[in-house]
Each structure stands twice: as C-alpha cells, then as structure tokens.
Design a protein around this ligand. Sequence first.
Ligand code: ARG
Length: 472
Amino acid sequence: MSPSPTSNSTNQSWGGRFNEPTDAFVERFTASVGFDRRLALHDIQGSVAHATMLARVGVLTDAERDAIVAGLGEIRAEIEAGTFEWSVQLEDVHMNIEARLTEKIGITGKKLHTGRSRNDQVATDIRLFLRDEIDLVAAELTRLREGLITLAEREADTIMPGFTHLQTAQPVTFGHHLLAWQEMLARDHARLLDCRGRVNVLPLGAAALAGTTYPIDRHVTAELLGFERPAENSLDAVSDRDFAIEFTAFASLLLMHLSRMSEELVLWTSAQFDFIDLPDRFCTGSSIMPQKKNPDVPELVRGKTGRVYGHLMGLLTLMKSQPLAYNKDNQEDKEPLFDTLDTVKDCLKAFADMVPAIEARKASMHEAARRGFSTATDLADYLVRRGVAFRDAHEIVGQSVAYGLRQKKDLSEMSLEELQQFSDVIEADVFEVLTLEGSVAARNHIGGTAPDQVRAAASRAREALTALGGAT
Ligand code: ARG
C-alpha cells in the first residue's frame, strides 16, 4: 500500500519519511514559532516575490501565482488583525503560513515551496526584517544627532570644566562637549549604514544549500525585494549570520557610547556637580526619601548596555565553528537579534527625547571651572610666549598652584604681586589668559573648544548629517 501524505500524524511537511510522530517535548524544544512569528510579514513579502519570480520563469502559471499572492494577502490581514492561529506543531513561522495558505487555496499552496528551502527562506526573512529595522534605528540616530547639534549651538559659549581622570583639567565649552558625543554617534551611524549594505543581499535561490534545478531568475527576486544583488554562493548564503553579528557589534559600540553619555548625565545631575537639570518627566522619585529625583533613564540605558554586549558574545559563539552549510543552531540567532533591536531603539528614543530638554546650569558650571585651577596650562603658555622654556613654565605654574591651594585662591584671584613672586616676566596682561573666557577663546583652531569653532563644527556636523539623509 503506498503511503498517502496524511497517513500518519507526523508533521505534514516531512511526514513521508517518518514512522512515528515527533516526541512532544522535542516538538516544543525545536519549535521557533513562539519568537520567529515576528518575521511573518517579511516571510510573506519574500514568498510573494518568490511566487512572482516562479511565474515569470514559467514554473508556476499566472493563475497559480495569483492564487498564492491573494491567499498570502488574506493571511497578512489575519496576522495584522491578530486572528491568525499559530501552531507549535507547525514548528516555525514559515510552515505556519504555508499550511494556512494550503488550507485556503488547496494544492496550489503546496507549490509555493518549489525551488526553495526554509534555509534560504529564513535567511531572506531575517535580512528583509533587519533592513527595515536598520532604517528605523538610523532615523532615531539622526534625531538624536540633530538634537545634540542644536543643543551644542545653543551652548557654544557656555563654559564648564573639562576633565581628565575626572579631575578638573582645562575649561571647555559645553557645546564642545556635546559635539564630542555627536562625533561618537556619527561614527556609529556610518558603521550602521555600512552594515546595511552587507545585509541587503538576497539568499533566496540558494535553496537548501546547493541551489535548485528549476530555471529560477535570482536577479528578478532580488529586484522585487529591493536587494542589491543575489548572494554569490549558495552554501554561504544559507549558513552565515555574520550580518546579524555585525549589527549587534554596531549596537554594542552605540550602547557603549550611550553608556558614557549616561554616566556623565548621572554625574552632572548630582548635587555635587549640579551642571544640568533633567526635566521631571525623565526622572523618578524615591518611595522613602522625599527629596530624591533620580536620573533613572540614563541609568537604565547604562545598564542595558550589558545585555547588548551579552547578545554580541552569544551570537559570535553561536556561529563559532559551525560547519557549512545550514545548521539548526542558527535558529538561535533570532531572540538575541530581536532583543538587541528593541533595546537599541528604546535607548535611542530615550536619548533623542531627553537631549533637547537638557538644561545647563551655567553659573554652576562656570563656578566649577573657576575653582579647579583650570587655566594653569594657559599661564604656562603665557610664560612660554614670554621666552620661558615650557618645562620651566610648568614648574613655575606648579608652585603658583601650590601657593593657591595654601591660600585657597584660584590663579585668577591672585594679585599681580602674588603672581610675580613666581616669575618676573608676568605682567598685568596675564589676567586676560587667566579668565575662563580667554582660555577657551584662545583654543581657536579646527577641533578646538573656542565658541566660534563650536559653531563652525556644529554647522559642518549638520551638513554631514543632511548629506547622509540621502544615503539610505
Ligand atoms: N526555524 C528555522 C530557523 O530559524 C528555519 C530553517 C529550518 N531549516 C531546517 N532545515 N530545519 O533557522
């Protein structure tokens, strides 16, 4: 007796070869539909393109293609309406959708998988999905960068202490500090767009691993799906997830930068610094200490950095030592990738919303810069301009600072006579360089902290960002 395709209760996609149904635990253990259903709309998009291409090359009739496309359209509507019934027995998003299609349009539904495997199908779905997500991430990154540039312009003249080793070093402008953040994000943005180019390649047509015997036209499928080109090698196309790792590496660097920004925001909102105020809507209170206003949003971004690093390590380890071509291991790529995306989008949104609302406490920043001998280097440079060798100037200023510490006086608060005890080349014009305004204005070259340079840098940054807008 020849076996009928439905002669036992094993999975309908491969029942033919099996003599007993899948163990219930194994069914649950191997199923991915619980999470990969997030790819459903992109799975349908890929299937519509595949069916269209098959009809174009004569493997499907136009009528079959129309039935498939219409059926998939109905399924899309069911998924969007939340009425689609997902089944763990059908393992993953691909087989759930295909089974529903067959239920709807009969035997033609079974022809959709011609010349295709779930291996090239899933690789295609993730790339389509990730490409769309990258565009959302890029838009949020753009919004954050715009916010930083605008705030930097507003704060181009605001003076704050610059730090090394978290000790007051030299005065800088707040605008300059904000543009440093912007530069970090500009590099992340470039990495993201670079990654997008490598995501945007079509695996479909690789089939299980070796290609297919049908006369497919992969250029047609690539064009229908907006991919740059078909993947060059079928074994590579179904197996590598380096593009997901690469996105997660981008995300790790971005979160590393956001965590640094977060750390500074947390410090600056403390009473000890008191450099900025974050509006109440970005903070929370304490259930016991009535005076508290906590910078939870930046703290949480700082904390979420850890999970993204974890996903990067997870994905790298997932891919490590995998032999060609597809292995079931790769089913484990989705949850870390999805969580990375959700985390990155939320953190960028938090920052893009928060940055324009940062309020600089200018008087407090100015006072902190004034207190910390932050113009000591300016005094040394002044002495050098009057013929003192830099090392000697360094020594002279060191003695002046030691004196100031004993007298509890900043350099700018000493009288000319007091300063002259340390060097007789010092004259009344020294006070021009000892002011914070003089100090920052003197660093007037590209990349320097002078207010005019900050304004020029902000306008270059804005131009670069606008130019990128055309790139995606
Ligand atoms: N759910 C699978 C995954 O995410 C789809 C591909 C499965 N292919 C296979 N031959 N088992 O990787």
